[in-house]
Design a binder for this molecule. Structure first.
Ligand code: T46
Length: 184
């Protein structure tokens, strides 16, 4: 397992070591001891999620506010997505900046996202199975987000806007300038 920092402090890519043999391959998706050793983080993940999406489905950009904020360790089990995080930590040098990365079932990359970020992904393959660990529980009333096509963020989601499918909730998310970062 190796780690690759991104330009955003605290947000990094984990590249698991895949062991191949005549049957196929094996890799450890998470071990607390190794995660701590390579990251120095004592993150205590309490909830695992999985979502399945068709091509063009964009989930996000979401975050939970205040004490319900979640750090996440995200990966793709099947297919390919563009994963995007936005730094909402008001004291961060990269506040308002975003980092994006292609995660798929070939590179098996994982992205660690600290608390204080908005997160979203778009499915680029015909179907994706997306799995992630959270260090805080789901708390519906603490949910918030930013509209995916916010002009200030100017995120390139790789697909034509006519191909992008959003939930009703995500279509109504506020612009970046209107979110209350003090309660992120
Ligand atoms: C997040 C969540 C949702 N739900 C229920 C609520 C709805 O009945 C249903 C779908 O929820 P939602 O449309 O919010 O799911 P996503 O659009 O995939 O939301 C996620 O999208 C981005 C990518 C994230 O990083 C967040 O983890 C999360 O916000 O699952 C639960 O029961 N538990 C949960 O932890």
């Amino acid at each position: 397992m190796e780690i690759e920092p991104s330009f955003i402090e605290g947000c990094f890519v984990i590249k698991p070591k895949e062991i191949k043999d005549s049957r196929g391959s094996f890799f450890e998706t998470f071990t607390k001891k190794k995660f701590y050793k390579i990251t120095g983080l004592q993150t205590d993940f309490v909830q695992d999620n999985q979502s399945i999406s068709k091509k063009g489905v964009l989930r996000g950009l979401h975050f939970q506010k205040g004490t319900h904020a979640q750090a996440k360790l995200v990966r793709v089990i099947s297919g390919e997505v563009l994963d995007v995080v936005v730094d909402l930590r008001s004291n961060s040098e990269t506040y308002g900046k975003h980092f994006s990365i292609v995660l798929n079932d070939k590179n098996n990359y994982q992205l660690f996202i600290p608390r204080g970020f908005a997160h979203g992904f778009i499915t680029l393959s015909e179907r994706s199975v997306f799995s992630y660990k959270c260090d805080n529980y789901y708390y519906k009333s603490a949910e918030s987000g930013i509209i995916y096509n916010d002009p200030k963020l100017n995120i390139d989601w790789r697909l034509d806007s006519s191909e992008i499918q959003l939930s009703e909730k995500d279509r109504e998310l506020p612009f970046f300038k209107n979110i209350d970062v003090q309660h992120v």
